[in-house]
Design a protein around this ligand. Structure first.
Ligand code: V47
Ligand code: SF4
Length: 384
């Protein structure tokens, strides 16, 4: 879409002068303000947002749509914290609960060895915050994983897990991250961010790390040379001003460090948790969230839709609402969303299925590694 084409389309359909001004800014590649971000949530209709978000998406990436070949390891779901939206964690005192699990080191190494000869490029390791699995344990775990599979990129531990690890080990965030990096960790996933605002955080996840600590941990990661992702948990008790404040804090940190790879909006799912009384938002809210994040976060290269959570069909639609990355093959190796009632109850897609999903909406499938080096362009590939 050219700038002139978008200008013409918007001229025909938009009369609100504030929206026209915001559109002009976006087309001129100017940053929008927080007030303008809130205005978009409150006043813009979804077609307008999609047009602007798609313009940015195509300007940055054309039709390219990234995916990777990955799987998850969730060492335990025993957790010292009690986030109200979490359907997955179990308290230590409930260890007898048959839903609680704790993988042994051997089981983790066996899981890694299970991918011998497979061209998988990344393992994503996150789980509950187990009081007995500390920095030393995870350092050894990563070292051993790298011995078994030196080529595998280890993306591991949310800022919540890391804050607990550093605190227990009595080391600074940077020291903790340096130890893990030296052991072979490559990057941080974006989990645990939820909503940074204290008032909202107190309502949904009062006892884990604060928004400020989450940001400090990611800044420390960027300082030691580990890139990371960022998430937002939307569609529960928050308001537009909290969503924009969250993205603004990320935008400011990205200006400072440039260390974020992707932003990943995560839709609140209400199955089996203490917030089950809150109705899930619908498709229009999903489209708005992704599109506004693409418009607001001008310094983030990638907006990712995590398909196991949002579902395959919505993922396809989101490729026209700012999204240029759909995460990985996942291989049915995560329970975080399935336990909360997500669309995908058996999250596994072969590369062929991912390529077909992207091609079906006339985008260009590109396999990437964990830090967005392009590994293979599948546009011309014949599907079997
Ligand atoms: O922080 C937990 C979310 C996150 C629910 O960086 C829920 O590439 C919705 O961050 N409804 C962890 N969301 C997962 C995560 C992630 C996933 C995939 C890729 C990457 C990446 C990061 O899961 C938590 C929380 O925000 N979550 N429960 C729920 N009921
Ligand atoms: Fe624990 Fe993470 Fe669940 Fe919160 S979201 S209770 S930190 S596993």
């Amino acid at each position: 879409m050219t700038k002139e084409f978008v200008q013409e389309v918007l001229k025909q359909s938009v009369t609100d002068t504030t929206l026209v001004k915001i559109a002009e800014k976006v087309l001129d590649e100017e940053r929008i303000t927080c007030d303008e971000g809130i205005y978009l949530y409150d006043h813009a209709e979804v077609g307008f947002l999609g047009t602007l978000a798609n313009f940015i998406r195509e300007k940055k990436h054309g039709n390219k749509t990234y995916f990777n070949k990955n799987f998850h390891i969730e060492p335990t779901n025993i957790c010292v914290f009690e986030c109200k939206f979490c359907a997955y964690s179990r308290f230590l005192r409930e260890k007898e609960d048959f839903d609680a699990w704790e993988l042994s080191e051997e089981e983790i190494y066996e899981a890694i060895k299970g991918y011998d000869g497979n061209d998988i490029t990344e393992v994503h390791i996150v789980g509950g915050v187990h009081p007995k699995m500390g920095l030393e344990y995870f350092k050894n775990l990563i070292e051993n994983i790298k011995v078994i599979r030196p080529d595998l990129h280890v993306k591991a531990f949310t800022a919540v897990e890391l804050e607990y690890m550093a605190r227990k080990a009595k080391v600074s965030y940077e020291e903790c991250l340096r130890i893990l990096k030296d052991a072979g960790q490559g990057s941080l996933p974006g989990g645990g961010a939820e909503i940074f605002d204290k008032g909202v955080r107190d309502q949904i996840c009062k006892d884990k790390c604060t928004g400020e600590e989450w940001l400090e941990m990611h800044e420390a990661a960027h300082n030691v040379g580990m890139p990371s992702n960022a998430t937002i948990l939307y569609g529960h008790v928050e308001e537009a001003k909290h969503l924009v404040d969250h993205m603004n804090r990320l935008r400011e940190l990205q200006d400072k460090t440039g260390g974020f790879n992707a932003f990943i909006p995560l839709k609140f799912r209400n199955g089996n948790n203490q917030m089950s009384h809150i109705e899930e938002v619908g498709l229009v809210e999903d489209l708005k969230m992704y599109a506004i994040s693409r418009i607001f976060l001008d310094n983030f290269n990638h907006i990712k839709a995590y398909w196991p959570m949002i579902g395959r069909k919505t993922t396809q639609l989101l490729l026209a609402f700012g999204v240029n990355d759909i995460d990985g093959t996942v291989d049915d190796s995560t329970k975080i969303y399935t336990m909360a009632g997500a669309e995908e109850q058996k999250p596994v897609m072969t590369s062929e299925q991912m390529i077909a999903l992207i091609k079906d909406v006339n985008r260009q499938p590109i396999e990437r590694d964990s830090v967005y080096n392009e590994l293979r362009d599948y546009s011309a590939a014949e599907l079997v």
